[in-house]
Design a protein around this ligand. Sequence first.
Ligand code: SAM
Length: 196
Amino acid sequence: MISLPRRHVLTRLGAGAAGLLLPAPGLLAQNIATAPTLDVPFVPTPQEVVERMLQMAKVGKNDVLYDLGCGDGRIVVTAAKAHGARGTGIDIDPERIGEARKNAEQAGVAGQVSFKVADLFETDVSPASVVTLYLLPNINTRLRPRLWKQLKVGSRVVSHAFDMGPEWPPDNTDSVDGRSIYYWTIKPAHKRAVKS
Ligand SMILES: C[S@@+](CC[C@H](N)C(=O)[O-])C[C@H]1O[C@@H](n2cnc3c(N)ncnc32)[C@H](O)[C@@H]1O
């Protein structure tokens, strides 16, 4: 964004508004136009749940983990730091990606992970051996055919809080502090189902 001196950026309301400063109307419109449209708001997964999700998927040093809607990157960073995995976090909000990169630096795993501003529905997840999700039921359901199509047989999917609907019952479930975790693996039947 073009950087203007503060006096140009702000307009002062009339005397009645007691000196309250507001952005100039043109700049307000520009900010609204560039704000990302979120399919899901940012709500971080508690760390104990992150750890259980990674245990359920048996994440290890040979894994490539993708977190779709990665927020501040905590799942990817924990997978790298505690389990030696490589990882990629995808989030549509550049602010979240900035936080995730900073968190990876602070944890000393920046060389093992990458974070990208992108729409999860336009992301190729075929390099992943593990996909983690904390989205919403309708978003999981929309994602399901992409996961079946792009992931290799044997890849694992773990979701905090929401399942994948009746078409894809989980292989395993658990709960931590009343929070549900769902676990699936990709099977040959899923690949056949998306081909037909
Ligand atoms: C509930 S938060 C989960 C954050 C993180 N995965 C965790 O478990 O701590 C959902 C995230 O999805 C992101 N998001 C929403 N819509 C998206 C989209 N279409 N593509 C990519 N990310 C999206 C939001 O910005 C938010 O950070």
